[in-house]
Design a protein around this ligand. Structure first.
Ligand SMILES: Nc1nc2c(ncn2[C@@H]2O[C@H](COP(=O)(O)OP(=O)(O)OP(=O)(O)O)[C@@H](O)[C@H]2O)c(=O)[nH]1
Length: 343
């Protein structure tokens, strides 16, 4: 994980170095090249540094393509959060420059207007001074056009930043989603769980862990693709039941979790029972035999968070409850209230 808890001076030093490196390349000034060279300058990212050095040795300069490749491989894909921070930082740099350029542009334009107004009158009174003013006017026009050019370039940089921001948000979302079901994946759930327990330690919070019964047999009997359809069907039940109130996720292969903040054990048990019943009612067409397959069941374990306990012990207790459901014959919900009951 890249670190950004560094002093302002250090950060400014990296920024200076990054801008120096960027100016030596073929790639333009934009957030992608900024992110790559900032990381390079910070010296934190050994693999990125090695690859940049190899490329420079071979190609002399980094172009748009190699810069984008380095960004996606070493920054956006491995650490979308840090990529976001880098892009935002570049955004700030560009916004600051844009604001001062705009201001300078306005001042130049004001100056040109005054010159325009005076030069006509002075031309008549003092022809020589009028000529000097004419040349000053032409310099001002040149400066104004340079300002417009720079402003235009900076504005397109800002557009690029906004595109990149959405790309990073998308990558961030993909990093915590499960591709097969569209539910949150384990990584996303673990962070949601930590966040929930950090903010609601004194509220009643329940956790359900569910696992499809005899799933190996489902795969063996009807094939892996059919197994995938079963996983998707169970995920749909969880999605519907959880709505916007609860957080559902695919925790592993055929295992699911449901986090229920502000929920009593009794309500959570009713919800878990509802999920169990809805899964038992699922029928899926087997595309090979064209027959409808039912008898899909899940076992569920449920527990309530004990204030002060660790996340691991919370999950372990829900897992123990699930194990009990499996041991007692499957297709059932088991509740374990606290550590004593689990023992
Ligand atoms: N189709 C499909 N199968 C998967 C996926 N992930 C894991 N599995 C299979 O899920 C099965 C899990 O089997 P087991 O852990 O033995 O458990 P089980 O057969 O469900 O038995 P119990 O949990 O004891 O009821 C394995 O055969 C895995 O190959 C997946 O994404 N798709």
């Amino acid at each position: 994980m890249m670190q950004y808890e560094i002093t302002k001076e250090k950060s400014a030093e990296y920024l200076r170095q990054a801008i120096h490196h960027m100016s030596q390349q073929d790639a333009a000034f934009h957030p992608v090249s900024y992110a790559v060279w900032y990381e390079y300058s910070s010296g934190e990212h050994a693999r990125l540094i090695d690859e940049v050095n190899d490329l420079i040795e071979k190609e002399k300069k980094l172009n748009e393509k190699s810069t984008a490749h380095l960004f996606h491989k070493h920054i956006a894909a491995t650490d979308p959060d840090s990529a976001k921070v880098l892009v935002e930082r570049f955004n700030q740099v560009v916004t600051d420059i844009t604001t001062s350029t705009k201001q300078a542009g306005q001042e130049t334009s004001q100056f040109k207007k005054s010159l325009d107004a005076w030069s006509g009158e002075i031309q008549q009174l003092e022809p020589q001074l009028g000529a000097q003013l004419g040349s000053l006017l032409s310099d001002t026009l040149q400066m104004q056009s340079a300002m417009h050019g720079l402003q235009h370039k900076l504005e397109s940089s800002l557009e690029e930043i906004s595109d990149l921001k959405s790309e990073i948000m998308k990558a961030k979302q993909e990093a915590i989603s499960d591709g097969l079901t569209g539910l949150m994946n384990r990584k996303g759930f673990d962070s949601a769980l930590h966040q929930c327990l950090d903010t609601l330690p004194d509220q009643e919070t329940c956790l359900v862990i569910a696992d499809i019964d005899f799933f190996k047999k489902v795969n063996d009997s009807y094939g892996h693709l059919f197994g995938d359809k079963v996983i998707q069907a169970v995920a749909r039940v969880l999605k519907t039941v959880s709505g916007n109130l609860y957080t559902a996720a695919r925790y592993g292969g055929e295992e699911f979790v449901l986090l229920l903040p502000h929920t009593s054990m009794e309500t959570a048990r009713e919800i878990a029972e509802n999920i169990r019943r809805q899964v038992a009612a699922i029928t899926i067409k087997n595309n090979v035999s064209q027959r409808l397959i039912s008898n899909i069941t899940i076992s569920l374990g449920l527990t309530v968070y004990q204030p002060g306990e660790s996340v691991d012990s919370f999950i372990t207790r829900a897992d123990q409850a699930l194990y009990t459901s499996k041991a007692k014959g499957r297709n059932r919900v088991t509740m374990i209230e606290d550590a004593l009951a689990a023992a």
